[in-house]
Design a protein around this ligand. Structure first.
Ligand code: ATP
Length: 365
């Protein structure tokens, strides 16, 4: 892919009065990728997207597309289109005319074939004469997508585009959007607060917090090896055990937590000294009746089952340690085995390479 059409945000900042919504943000979005900006409400993701679209002027910084700074171009002069959660279709025009709108405005002739191709792409063949009011929410969203894609933008911005859909339709559209992105090969920048949505669709996810990027990486990378306590907590559940680094060698770090020592491979450690969190995801934590039953090569903490929730594919247990910390463990129900009763003495164990180590001061825990 041509490096020239990468989208680069350079020291991008947006202040509203004394409030900084986007704080010196720099990142590169490679051409042709599916990029997600993920964060809680108010973290600045929509403001970032609006600065790329031209709907908000940056206080400072650059928006570079193919090396050209587009930050101060009017929205319609940018090779960028946006799909909003609200669809914003023209209610009085049928599907065909909604999709054809951009082409007509530019005086393009022979539009029928192009509109037809777009309607096929979003799987709306045969719907061209319907009005938006005669379509479901998912179908309206597809029309909005076709209307944006027909202009052949270099970058398609999607601002919570699936937010108004019910859960089942949302899941369907996630797969559909990914398929369409692969088919057209355009850069998609998708804003969402839904971590599952970001992880399902994007090749690269940027986790935002308070106007800054906390971590950027492939979904598996940020889930398996979060950079900060904020990311560890924002993406799914995490058991974060507070402790201190007690020693280290070239390939191992030893930590002391809750009166025990645990070691991790150095490659799983983002801190090598001081106050840390030892993190283990709930699905990486297994339960055994006693320390003798823990397989070799694992590390463990003893506790008592304090809560359990049966959720079909798995059971979620809470294990209270003698320090009062509660650990969460997902136990698969794939095999046939009895559920553990409340109050059962157990040992929670994990493989050292499945844990991760974070500096305690890195981000809000
Ligand atoms: P959401 O998911 O709720 O849309 P977001 O992460 O997209 O949240 P933004 O809409 O970018 O967040 O807003 C970031 C912060 O900037 C918020 O605290 C918001 O109140 C503030 N903000 C946004 N637009 C303005 C504005 N025009 N004037 C003042 N403050 C604003």
């Amino acid at each position: 892919m041509a490096d020239g059409a990468d989208l680069r945000l350079v020291n991008l900042t947006k202040r509203f009065g004394i409030f900084t919504a986007v704080d010196d943000l720099s990142l590169t979005i490679p051409q042709g990728g599916f990029f997600a900006l993920l964060g809680a409400s108010g973290c600045g993701k929509t403001t970032t997207l609006r600065m790329v679209a031209g709907l908000e002027e940056p206080t400072s910084g650059q928006v570079l597309l193919g090396g050209q700074d587009i930050a101060r171009l009017r929205p319609y002069k940018r090779p960028v289109n946006t799909v909003f959660q609200s669809y914003a279709l023209f209610p009085h025009l049928d599907v065909f005319e909604n999709v054809a709108f951009g082409l007509r405005r530019r005086g393009v002739r022979d539009i029928a074939a192009q509109v037809g191709r777009m309607l096929s792409l979003v799987q709306l063949d045969g719907y061209d004469k319907r009005r938006p009011a005669q379509l479901s929410g998912g179908q309206q969203q597809r029309v909005a997508l076709a209307r944006a894609l027909i202009n052949h933008p270099q970058v398609l911005l999607l601002d919570e585009p699936l937010g108004a859909l019910d859960l089942k339709l949302r899941r369907q559209m996630q797969i559909e959007l990914k398929r369409i992105q692969t088919e057209v090969g355009l850069t998609f920048v998708h804003v969402t607060h839904d971590q599952e949505e970001a992880m399902t669709m994007a090749d690269t996810v940027a986790v935002m917090n308070a106007g800054r990027i906390e971590q950027l990486g492939a979904p598996a990378e940020i889930y398996e090896f979060p950079a900060t306590p904020f990311v560890a907590n924002f993406l799914g559940q995490s058991n974060l055990l507070a402790g201190e680094v007690a020693g280290r060698s070239a390939d191992e770090v030893v930590v002391s937590a809750y009166g025990s020592r645990f070691s991790l491979p150095a490659a799983r450690c983002r801190a090598a000294s001081g106050d840390i969190y030892l993190g283990v995801r709930p699905e990486k934590l297994h339960l055994a009746p006693s320390a003798e039953a823990v397989p070799a090569g694992h590390q463990w903490i003893a506790g008592v089952v304090s809560d359990s929730s049966y959720v079909g594919v798995s059971t979620q247990y809470l294990v209270r340690t003698s320090w009062g910390t509660e650990l969460s463990a997902f136990s698969s129900n794939a095999g046939v085995h009895a559920q553990l009763p409340l109050g059962a003495q157990v040992v929670a164990y994990w493989r050292p390479e499945h844990a991760f180590l974070l500096a305690r001061e890195a981000g809000a825990g």
